[in-house]
Design a binder for this molecule. Structure first.
Ligand code: SF4
Length: 263
């Protein structure tokens, strides 16, 4: 029970990091608009004024749009409800502000991985506010190659079923899960192969297992395709003999197949 409460608290803190940075980014843009207005009235003369006025107008429109999107994100996260028609705007706002949020986080000395894992948490929570009822064959599990035992000789990136089920790594269990549910599984070496698998499989939802950097890039790349991100576990450091919480994988499959009410 204590662990469950701690997990919920960690999840809340994680989400707050990204939302906080997005809000600071919006305030920064707002500050730029205010500075522009002040300069407009005090310094500029002749045609420069009109250029500045145009920049202020564009920034004002931008801030208005992303603020509505951001408000939708916060309301969704607070109530875990779906705001019909706002999803596209919410996604676009997050993706447009993401680079700025990263830069602000760097200035505040917040590690990139913390910001990215917070972004993944926000992405997952937004997904969970929706209801899915997908066929298993429309779901693709994308797993990273580093899950495989580093000295395993079997080439599973061309075909995951080349695994000989020795049980030394989680690929064995992932294959069993994919077989049991009837979902697709692909083991990939990086973004290019991942994109190819997505193109070939044409899934309606993806369950992606990776590190913070790859997951973030994958979620942004495949947008608006829903991607449930699961961070890999790295007991031996990055990119070697990594693991995955298999319970999270089955929870994600259940969510996409049965919808949130039944998970
Ligand atoms: S479970 Fe499969 S992929 Fe993992 S080490 Fe054994 S044979 Fe290789």
């Amino acid at each position: 029970m204590q662990t469950f409460v701690q997990n919920r608290e960690t999840t809340k803190i994680k989400k707050r990091v990204f939302i906080g940075l997005l809000s600071v980014s919006v305030l920064l843009i707002f500050g730029m608009i205010l500075s522009g207005i002040l300069i407009y009235y005090n310094r500029f003369g002749s045609w420069y004024r009109y250029v500045l006025l145009a920049i202020i107008a564009v920034l004002s429109l931008f801030i208005l749009i992303v603020s509505i999107g951001l408000a939708g994100v916060v309301m969704t996260l607070l109530s875990v409800k779906r705001f019909f028609g706002l999803e596209g705007l919410m996604n676009a706002s997050i993706n447009m502000l993401f680079p700025l949020a990263l830069a602000v986080g760097r200035m505040l000395r917040i590690p990139n991985d913390v910001i990215k894992s917070s972004y993944i948490e926000v992405n997952n929570k937004l997904l969970q506010s929706r209801n899915y009822s997908l066929k298993p064959e429309d779901i693709l599990i994308l797993a990273p190659h580093c899950l495989q035992k580093w000295d395993c000789p079997h080439k599973i990136t061309t075909d995951a079923s080349n695994c000989r089920h020795c049980g030394k790594c989680d690929i064995d269990k992932l294959l069993m899960i994919s077989k049991k549910y009837g979902v697709n599984l692909a083991v990939v070496t990086g973004g290019t192969l991942a994109r190819k698998k997505v193109k070939d499989t044409k899934p309606k939802a993806i369950i992606a297992i990776a590190c913070e950097r790859d997951l973030t890039e994958g979620i942004i790349d495949t947008n608006p395709l829903p991607v449930m991100g699961i961070l890999n576990i790295r007991p031996e450091g990055p990119c070697k003999n990594t693991r995955v919480d298999l319970a999270k994988v089955t929870e994600a499959i259940d969510f996409f197949i049965k919808g949130k009410e039944q998970t």
